[in-house]
Design a protein around this ligand. Structure first.
Ligand code: ZN
Length: 170
């Protein structure tokens, strides 16, 4: 398991660098990040959270039946006008949970681990985690967007309805 960086480490407030090449170092880092996220009971983790200032993050919605996957150099290309409120927490800010308002639906353009450019739409919890993780890549923490603090949660969020993403190779 990798060591998770917590606040106030300045790496968490820094904009990250593009991943220029998906080399063996990146490829070995990805499963370690997945394992770290899983062990920490998280649903996503971004590279700065394990001390690497690069545009790479992991989404782990395994509890909803979706295999963990990596986003390399991800970008949000579309955001719904409609915003929704949802509770968030962060492995780098232990014990803090709160409500954040974000677009409910997004479109993502990213590279996968083979370097292919893929695009997909996300809503619900998936759209939420991706926006939280991409914020990390820009040095933004959810607490700066939090509109209300809530109590600590011990279970993973389980939405009533979950639509798995359809990955489309561009
Ligand atoms: Zn976080």
């Amino acid at each position: 398991m990798l060591k998770i960086v917590t606040i106030p480490n300045p790496i968490l407030n820094k904009k990250t660098e593009l991943v220029k090449k998906i080399d063996s170092e990146i490829l070995s880092l990805i499963p370690e990040m997945i394992e770290t996220c899983r062990k920490a009971n998280g649903i996503g983790i971004a590279a700065p959270q394990i001390g690497q200032s690069i545009r790479l993050c992991i989404i782990n919605l395994e509890h909803l039946g979706l295999d963990p996957f990596a986003l390399v150099n991800p970008k949000i290309t579309k955001k719904s006008w409609k915003k929704i409120e949802m509770e968030e927490g962060c492995l780098s800010i232990p014990g803090v949970f709160g409500i954040v308002r974000r677009p409910g639906k997004i479109k993502v353009l990213t590279q996968d681990t083979q370097g292919q450019t893929i695009s997909f739409e996300a809503d619900g919890l998936l759209a939420r985690v991706i926006q939280h993780e991409i914020d990390h890549l820009d040095g933004i923490l959810f607490t700066s967007k939090m509109i209300k603090k809530t109590g600590a949660k011990k279970t993973l969020p389980r939405p009533e309805k979950f639509t798995p993403p359809k990955f489309e190779v561009m």
